[in-house]
Design a protein around this ligand. Structure first.
Ligand SMILES: [Ca+2]
Ligand SMILES: [Ca+2]
Ligand SMILES: [Ca+2]
Ligand SMILES: [Ca+2]
Length: 189
């Protein structure tokens, strides 16, 4: 074993941390040749009763990235530059909201966190990864990630968001976002 983080309390009292992995949690997040483990953690790595978008260095388990108040819905390289995009939502309570502030972020040791897109009162359209993979999970929703696909066949990937623009907790707007290194732009459905 290289390293471990134990989240169970030794006295057997109630668990004080929630760990939510993603189908793409293990991999090189910033394309620097080293593997990171990227997770949504509640109450860790800082014990502050907040969600954290967290990446641990795969080699030694030390904290590489820690973005408080963020929940991760997708970890995928959408624009093909080998740096993975983090599809996050602002989460201020113990449960991420139905609609929230979405931010697509890049992170690297060299540059820190970089914002690629912000969508207010939004949610990602998500899908389960296919049954044909060799990958498996026991985590709730552990096989769910954002829907990211070349929807119009132009060789550039798109993803979808829904928004609740009038704040009554029902979706009233669907947008398709085209992701390239130059930027993430509304494709105007
Ligand atoms: Ca890395
Ligand atoms: Ca990328
Ligand atoms: Ca496309
Ligand atoms: Ca609405």
């Amino acid at each position: 074993m290289l390293w471990r983080h134990s989240y169970a309390l030794v006295d057997g009292s109630e668990r004080d941390v929630i760990v939510v992995p993603n189908p793409h949690s293990v991999g090189d997040l910033d394309n620097d040749g080293t593997v990171e483990i990227t997770l949504s953690l509640f109450n860790r790595p800082v014990k502050d009763l907040k969600w954290h978008a967290t990446a641990y260095h795969g080699s030694d388990g030390t904290v590489a990235m820690d973005i408080p108040d963020r929940f991760i819905y997708g970890i995928q390289d959408a624009d093909g530059d080998s740096v993975k995009e983090l599809f996050t939502m602002e989460a201020l309570g113990t449960t991420p909201p139905l609609f929230g502030k979405l931010e697509v972020l890049n992170w690297s040791v060299a540059t820190g966190v970089r914002n690629r897109l912000t969508v207010d009162r939004g949610a990602y359209v998500r899908s389960t990864i296919g049954p044909d993979t060799s990958w498996n999970t026991i985590a709730a929703n552990g096989d769910v990630t954002i829907l990211l696909s070349d929807l119009d066949g132009d060789g550039i990937k798109e993803f979808l968001t829904v928004e609740d623009t009038d704040n009554e907790l029902r979706r009233d707007k669907l947008r398709c976002w085209k992701v390239s290194v130059a930027g993430i732009v509304d494709r105007q459905l």
